[in-house]
Design a binder for this molecule. Structure first.
Ligand code: ZN
Length: 144
């Protein structure tokens, strides 16, 4: 016997259960973004990201609004990010409360919740998403 609330929670987890969709909500933690900005950060084909955004929107996790030619996306509730951070923290040990900056897009992150890290010439770099990591790897000098 399942309570309706568990069913709803389960549907929510299903909507979140994809690494790229988790990256999307991660990107939207502090800002509204349009699809093009997300494409750059996530390194995904447009059709692919649209699918993920549609799914997240249907699940009520993100909402969109039109701004001129762009459609901007944001989270409906900051709790989604807190829930994801909490789960991520259980996957990691140690860490601190210090802040780091993604060298590519400038997003502020804490090392524990950065999606990607890269050690290069004795320094650890933190990235919000795979697209930023990829860009950095292509031209590390541009961002150091
Ligand atoms: Zn970034």
């Amino acid at each position: 016997m399942y309570s309706p609330l568990f069913n709803r929670e389960s549907r929510l987890f299903q909507a979140l259960a994809h690494p790229k969709r988790l990256e999307v909500i991660h990107l939207l933690r502090q800002q509204e973004l349009c699809v093009n900005e997300m494409l750059k950060m996530l390194d995904l084909p447009q059709a692919n990201i649209s699918q993920h955004l549609t799914l997240l929107r249907r699940a009520g996790i993100v909402k969109s609004r039109r701004d001129g030619k762009n459609i901007l996306y944001c989270l409906t509730r900051p709790q989604y990010i807190r829930a994801s951070d909490l789960l991520k923290q259980t996957l990691m040990t140690g860490g601190s409360s210090r802040q780091v900056v993604d060298p590519v897009c400038g997003m502020k992150l804490s090392p524990q919740i950065a999606s990607f890290t890269l050690k290069a010439s004795g320094k650890t770099h933190y990235f919000c998403a795979s697209g930023c990591l990829k860009k950095f790897k292509k031209e590390p000098r541009r961002f150091s």
